[in-house]
Design a protein around this ligand. Structure first.
Ligand code: NAD
Ligand code: UFG
Length: 342
């Protein structure tokens, strides 16, 4: 198939690009590089050992999107493009609604014009909000607690409405839990600009000596060791989930949602132990007050994806940490002064 990856130069998109090429698909990356960089494309090409088509553009540019869908005879879209920082979304909600929701409307207009009827959407476990029960299955109530999460829920609803209006329009809606780790080549991974918000990129920088210590946001949660528990999933397993989703799209109708997670909860302290083992480095930390809006535990019931998509996240926590550490060292060697300038 010819597949358009909006946001394909980003963290999850670049890993998915690798597995799609390896599965024999032709891919086109459409990205405005607002949170990614051109060297990622060079590294992606090194990994897949071939040139990759890239269009630099914004998803809000409907005519450029339509032109791209036509030029490359696109059969399906995987829609990764979006802004994703929870805190920033609270400060700048309009940017989030404009980029994520309006951007998706623009994409759907272009797809409609060119009769492209297949889409896989990058949603998030954040649409569930504060868990009412665990593990979280797809039937769990939806109550996002921040603007970022609400953009994801709005987009899900828009996509579902469109499947009702057009019986040929098909959507696989993927709710990711916490993607971590990096590609086995050590060339692709997560490299947030500035100080990382998320746990593993922060730990990676502490282990490499760029940051002094990790702040653990609270140790009196009702969890086994008091620290927050999440469902960390290796980004390569997540990437494989997209290949499974595309296969499913080819023989389904309508709108279908799947959780992509491991089903296992891991605490902050357990992550520190695993990362310490993977890197051989000390991870100094101190306990600070809870981060506003954080929840105690969140992990998936991935049974539906396991059974229907015939996909399962198999890589271990240790593999997540080892691959993250290998990528951190690659960054350090390629940018010895600062690892976060890519
Ligand atoms: P990322 O920021 O690394 O990748 C997103 C890509 O989209 C970037 O390359 C960025 O330049 C591009 N982009 C953003 N706005 C754009 C626009 N208007 N036009 C064109 N390109 C644009 O993020 P990621 O971690 O790879 O996440 C991919 C998707 O998965 C996002 O939609 C995100 O919300 C979702 N998601 C991510 C996580 C996570 O923890 N990483 C969890 C759940 C869901
Ligand atoms: N944590 C710390 N210190 C840090 C960073 C995080 O103790 O410096 C803790 C948090 O309190 C939490 C756990 O580590 O208990 C995980 O935090 P992350 O920020 O890595 O991940 P979140 O679960 O808070 O959120 C992430 C994304 C969201 C997405 C969600 C589910 O940031 O966008 O996963 O997919 F919606």
């Amino acid at each position: 198939m010819n597949i358009l990856l909006t946001g394909g130069a980003g963290y999850i998109g670049s890993h998915t690009a690798v597995v799609l090429v390896q599965a024999g698909h032709k891919i086109v990356i459409y990205d405005n590089f607002c949170n990614s960089s051109k060297p990622t494309i060079d590294n992606l090409e090194s990994v897949v050992k071939q040139k990759v088509s890239v269009v630099e553009g914004d998803i809000r540019n409907t005519s450029l999107l339509a032109q791209t869908l036509k030029q490359f005879s696109i059969d399906a879209v995987i829609h990764f493009a979006g802004l994703k920082a929870v805190g920033e979304s609270v400060q700048e909600p309009l940017n989030y609604y404009e980029n994520n929701v309006q951007g998706t409307l623009s994409l759907l207009r272009a797809m409609n014009e060119l009769c492209v009827k297949n889409i896989v959407f990058s949603s998030s476990a954040t649409v569930y909000g504060d868990p009412q029960y665990l593990p979280i299955d797809e039937a769990h109530p939806l109550a996002p607690t921040n603007p970022y999460g609400r953009t994801k829920l709005h987009i899900e609803q828009i996509l579902e409405d469109q499947t009702k209006a057009d019986i040929d329009f098909k959507v696989v809606n993927l709710r990711y839990f916490n993607p971590v780790g990096a590609h086995a080549s050590g060339l692709l991974g997560e490299n947030p600009k500035g100080t990382p918000n998320n746990l593993t990129p922060f730990i990676a920088r502490v282990a490499s000596g760029d940051l002094q210590e990790l702040n653990i946001f609270g140790n009196d949660y009702p969890t086994e060791d008091g620290t927050g528990v999440r469902d960390y999933i290796h980004v390569e397993d997540l990437a494989d989930g997209h290949v499974a989703a595309l296969n499913f799209l080819s023989h389904t109708v309508g709108f279908e949602t799947f959780n992509l997670g491991t089903g296992n909860g891991c605490s902050v302290l357990q992550m520190i132990v695993a990362y310490k083992k993977a890197s051989g480095k000390k991870i100094p930390y101190r306990i600070v007050s809870k981060r506003p809006g954080d929840i105690a535990s969140c992990y998936a019931a991935p049974t539906k994806a396991n059974q229907i998509l015939k996909w399962k996240a198999g890589r271990t926590l240790q593999e997540m940490c080892e691959s993250s550490w290998a990528f951190q060292q690659y960054l350090k060697n390629s940018h010895p002064v600062s690892a976060n300038t890519q």
